[in-house]
Design a binder for this molecule. Structure first.
Ligand code: ADP
Length: 453
């Protein structure tokens, strides 16, 4: 097992990883930007090193500085968390070159699956169902237009290098196609430095169902069940739950497809296979080759510490359980708490946390990095924490998350707390009647009691 791990991240996920390292008796090295020197991950780690200025590309994305820090501090492994360099094949390769273990899959796998149109092709070869669409990337606008007519509208134009819901546009008809294509392409070029585009049939009102996978270096592959991440705003997840309400027969088919997907690329470490489900048909959309924001709900229903498993797999250990050993218990819900102003088009709301009361109790978990006096920086993602609950049934979990959202007090910055509360209290959400359009369709009602003026 490793003795020292560097955590190439910040915020709640850095804190989360440090905690599992502490449970395992592994020393940790935090990295931080100049403005993050008082951040919780810096205080919790055994050692910390400043790697640059506030702007991400001068610090948390600065591969050279991070690798140098790891070498100088004697780290044997690097955990990338999510976001930043977690799905950067070049960074994983750099780690491999200097002999530091990257806690994640091989750089080759990240490259294969990070290219979303390439991943689609690999899945077609592996006989995993994908959304009907283009074979690989389209050459140009006129090629795309011809293909779109064949596939049939509505069409979703997607960036092959895309992520976080960016570089994606819908065209409902041929008249809208050119503008949608050019807008998506420009956005992709600016955000990812890559304007390669592919097409998918736009599925109306699907559910987003994803499987948490764990694969060791010896070909052992298990799934830890699925998560329903359909509550989204602008294609970004807001509330997740596990298990989903899908039929058991479909769950089993999806699980088998997810296992097939991982095996087909000799996947190693933790990963997620994302599917869309429409009219009882499911389609692969992408694989995330890293730990995900919503991993805690899976931990709550399985009792498995996924970060610990990631570290053990990276250290060359065999999975200590088989599929039949994994027990699913109860229901878990996670709400993403953001420093933002929902009423003002969800504009970020950075500032200083003046007052904080965090609810607790059986089956209540708050993954975060905030404390009274901590600063929410304008430079980074606006997520400040995740409220996670677990209970025996979905109905009880809903009551519990409602109670925790009522009890939580955060003063100093504005958050989406009441927006989350309104979702949880929506009759259709409570009945489990929702899909990826839920927030869009209910936006006005969900904002009704937002106190922000
Ligand atoms: P990203 O990598 O940017 O997160 P994904 O491909 O994972 O993009 O898709 C994010 C979300 O966008 C999905 O959860 C879903 O809500 C929506 N989406 C993606 N592809 C389709 C599609 N073909 N039809 C309908 N919605 C889609």
């Amino acid at each position: 097992m490793f003795q020292k791990i560097l955590i190439a991240n910040r915020g709640e996920i850095a804190v989360r990883i440090i905690r599992s390292c502490m449970y395992m008796g592994i020393e940790t090295i935090a990295i931080y930007s100049e403005v993050d020197k008082d951040s919780l991950h810096v205080q919790l780690a055994d050692e910390a090193i400043c790697i640059g200025k506030a702007k991400s590309n001068e610090s948390y994305l600065n591969m050279e500085n991070i690798i140098t820090a790891a070498i100088n501090k004697g780290a044997e492994a690097i955990h990338p968390g999510f976001g930043f360099l977690s799905e950067n094949a070049q960074f994983a390769e750099l780690c491999e070159t200097v002999g530091i273990t990257f806690i994640g899959p091989k750089s080759k796998t990240i490259r294969q699956m990070g290219d979303k149109s390439k991943a689609r092709e690999l899945m077609i070869d592996a006989l995993v169902p994908v959304v009907p669409g283009s074979n690989g990337c389209v050459k140009d606008l006129s090629d795309a237009k011809e293909l779109a007519k064949d596939i049939g509208f509505p069409i979703l134009i997607k960036a092959s290098a895309g992520g976080g819901g960016r570089g994606m546009r819908i065209a409902y008809s041929i008249d809208e196609f050119s503008t949608a294509f050019e807008t998506a392409k420009t956005e992709a070029k600016n955000a990812f430095g890559d304007g390669s585009m592919y097409l998918e049939k736009y599925l109306e009102n699907p559910k987003h169902i994803e499987f948490q996978m764990l694969c060791d270096k010896y070909g052992n592959t298990v799934h830890l069940g699925e998560r329903d991440c359909s509550i989204q705003r602008r294609n970004q997840k807001v509330i997740e739950e596990a298990p989903s309400t899908i039929k058991p027969a479909i769950r089993e088919k999806m699980a088998q497809a997810a296992i097939k997907a991982c095996k087909s690329v000799n996947y190693e470490n933790a990963g997620t296979i994302e599917f869309l489900l429409a009219n009882d048909n499911f389609y692969f959309i992408e694989m995330n080759t890293r730990i995900q924001v919503e991993h805690p709900i899976t931990e709550m229903i399985t009792g498995i510490d996924i970060i610990k498993e990631q570290i053990k797999i990276a250290a060359g250990e065999k999975l200590s359980f088989k599929q039949k050993d994994i027990q699913f218990k109860g229901h878990s819900i996670e709400c993403r708490l953001n420093a933002e102003i929902p009423k003002h088009n969800f504009r970020p709301s950075p500032g200083v946390i003046l007052l904080l009361h965090i609810p607790s109790g059986p089956g209540v978990r708050f993954d975060s990095f905030i404390y009274p006096g901590s600063i929410i920086q304008p430079h980074y993602d606006s997520m400040i924490g995740k409220m996670i609950v677990h209970d025996n049934t979905r109905a009880e979990a809903i009551k519990k998350i409602r109670a925790t959202l009522e009890e939580l007090v955060i003063k100093g910055i504005n958050t989406n707390q009441s927006f989350l509360y309104m979702i949880i209290n929506n009759p259709n959400y409570i009945k489990g009647k929702f899909n990826t359009s839920f927030i869009d369709l209910n936006l006005e009602a969900l904002l009704e009691y937002d106190e922000y003026e």
